[in-house]
Structures are given as C-alpha cells and as structure tokens.
Design a protein around this ligand. Sequence first.
Ligand code: FAD
Length: 398
Amino acid sequence: MDWSTRLQATGSRQRQEAFPPSRFTALRRALRVDPKAYARSRNHLDGAVTALSPYVTHGLLPADELFDLWRRRLGLCLKDKLLGELAWREFFHHVWYHRGEAILQDLRPGLPGVRYQQSLPEDVRRAATGVPVIDATVRRLYQTGWLHNHQRMWLASYVVHLRKVHWRVGADWMYGHLLDGDLASNHLSWQWVAGTFSHKPYLFNADNVARYAPRLDSRGTAIDRGYAELMAIARSCIDVGPERDTPPPTAEPALYERPPAEPDLEGDPAYVDAWTAVIHPWSLEARVPGLRQIGLLHADFHRRFPWSARRWDFVLRRMRQICEAVYYGDLATLASCLAPPERLLAVMTLNPGYREGLALSVRGCLAPLPTALPELDAAQPSYSRWVKEQCRRNPSLC
Ligand SMILES: Cc1cc2nc3c(=O)[nH]c(=O)nc-3n(C[C@H](O)[C@H](O)[C@H](O)COP(=O)(O)OP(=O)(O)OC[C@H]3O[C@@H](n4cnc5c(N)ncnc54)[C@H](O)[C@@H]3O)c2cc1C
C-alpha cells in the first residue's frame, strides 16, 4: 500500500500508526526508498515519496545522517532528485541560520498593490470551499498531520493568490497542524509561493491537479482557469470566495501550547552533579547509554507556535522513551536546575527561544546544528546559488 493510500485510509488505528515515533521506522523507510521511482513519480500524490519528514524534523533521523546514508548507500549526488529535495531543506535552514526570525516576515516585496486579509476565511479553515482538492487537503491535514508536497503548494497558492490571505497567516495555521512543522521549510515555502522569496508567484490550475491527483478532479471550480487569468487574479485584490456548492464543514482540531495529555508537566528538575543531556523536540534521536537524558520544553516558543495534539503525542512519546523526565517552563531556568552548566550537553537548534536558551545554559558541549552540508559564511540568495557554491567547494557532491 503506498503512503497516500495508507494515510487516506479511514480508521484511527491506521492513522495513528502512519507515524510511530520510532527511529527504527525512520531508518527502515530511509533504506527502502527507490530513488528512480522517486524521481519518476514524486510529483504525483500516489508517488514513491518517503513520508520521512516528521522524523527528519524532530531529529529521530537527522538530516545530516539521512544525507550521508543516501549518498553512501545509494551513491546519490545533488543532481539526483531525492538528494536534491533533501537539499532544499538544507537551503531553507541555511537562510534561517543567516536571517533568524526575519524569515517570519516578507523577505522581499510581494505583488505590488495587493491587499491581503489577516485571517483565514472560515470556509478554508473548515474544508468547505467547494474546490475538491483544497477541501480534501485541509481534511487530510487535520486527520494525519502530513501532506504531500504538491498538496502543500496547491493549498498555499489557493489561500494566498485566490483568497487573498497573507502568507504568514496561512503558514502559521498550516504549521500548527503539521506533524513535521518546520519553521524554515514551512514559512519559506509559503513565501516562495507568495513571491516574497522568489521572483514570481506560484500558481496552479485544475489541469495540473487532474494530472497529479486525478482523484481530486477540481474542474469547473475557481481554479479551472488558464495561467494568464490566474495571474491577473493574483495581481488584483479579488478574493474568488467559496464555490456555490460546498461540502458540510469539518471541525478544525484544537492547537495546544502545552501537551494536552500531560497538563501537569511542570518544572522542578532534580539537581545532580553529573553529565546531563538536554533533549528538546528537535533532538529526539539521542540515546547515549549511561548518560542522564532530560527532556525540556520551552514554554515561550510553544505559546507562540502551538501544536496539534497529534504532534505533542509524537514528541512526548519519544521523549518518554529516551528521557528520565520531561519538564515544561523557561529552558534556561530549567537547565540551570539540572546540573552545572559545564556538565550539560545538547544539540543546537534554530527554533526561537530554544536557540537562545541553549546558548545561554549549555557550557559542556553544544553540538552544532546537524546540517548535511557545511554552513556557508555568506548567505546565498537562491537555492541554485547555494548548490553552486556547495559544489564549488566539494565537486563530488554534483
Ligand atoms: C507550503 C509548504 C509548506 C511546507 N512545510 C514543511 C514543513 O513544515 N516541514 C517539512 O519538513 N517540509 C515542509 N515542506 C516541504 C515538503 O513538502 C515536505 O518536506 C515533504 O512533502 C515531506 O514529505 P516526504 O517526507 O515524503 O518528502 P520526500 O519527498 O520523500 O523527501 C525526503 C525528505 O526531504 C525533505 N524535503 C523534501 N522536499 C522538500 C522541500 N520542498 N522543502 C524542504 N524539505 C524537503 C524532507 O525532509 C523530506 O522528508 C513544505 C512545502 C510547502 C510547499
């Protein structure tokens, strides 16, 4: 059964098991990939994609390890689609590293003169636009927390260009419901679609959907237009609105700033004068035998970027597997209660609040970001320039 079918299958048991928080599952998926089938079919909704993103995002299978695995085991280079797509993630993180929280704002001016709404229309939020591909995508997002890349692009393009919603509003909403939500990949992709991180807006139409997702045929709706007409709408202030015929609305799942299943998580860690690994939601791989591992959740970050119950469950279940205890509060304060700073170790992350908290409190060993390719001193303006520079430094990559 392909991933698309598996994820669309109804029945909560199957849905829950699509992404068990297990490193074994991640490694098995990574090793079973067929790069030729991937290159051929990745744009199709039922294509041979890996469904690895929740594992990569949370560090169960860090991007550098996955990159090396595919390079060495499969002999791939950046020209191969599979590695090339993983490299997009690397590039987004390169931009995040250099620009920090600026990635959450327009990186360059968008379409001139267009006014965007600052809230998401109810019909989009409730999967009741009447455009089959959009409604199915929103329902799938709520039911599984995972979307095929094409579905993410279509949804973002519809929300921004046809419904005139500011990309940041859409990006925050989608991030909250994704199991693999990654601020760089998500917010920069929304900017790429909007045209504030690319040279032109990304547009799609019903023919494009019919080709890659025939089951979600959306002909006869607002997206059934030629590209010139779509571009004219994108450049105007027109919100095409919902269709005349709309399906019954679906309920949007709640988002939580703390794990809903463990509301009492609080911070009074036991102080021990021993080497202690600080585990955060993006470093869920680590398991060093004999080392004390403690999970820390930084409340400020989660207040700003609340998560679905499904994502909290994924993260907490994994933390419970590898940590002695898990605490919620201010990261730097919690860390100072664990052990002397020179006995703390952790893996760096760029997530706001976590980044600063770790830099402040961890003195023993703060492992660098798990990037697959060396960080470049100068920020590169585009993916192609970034790849070119990486290949100039290491020709074997290309
Ligand atoms: C609007 C929008 C929002 C997105 N938000 C996220 C997000 O929050 N988190 C996230 O991990 N990805 C995001 N992506 C990128 C991409 O859609 C997903 O990484 C991919 O669909 C995950 O499925 P997969 O694991 O089967 O990917 P595969 O195609 O099997 O690729 C393997 C791995 O490479 C990486 N990757 C592949 N394509 C991309 C890409 N275009 N950009 C960045 N990394 C990529 C992922 O880590 C992925 O797991 C977004 C894309 C768009 C257009």
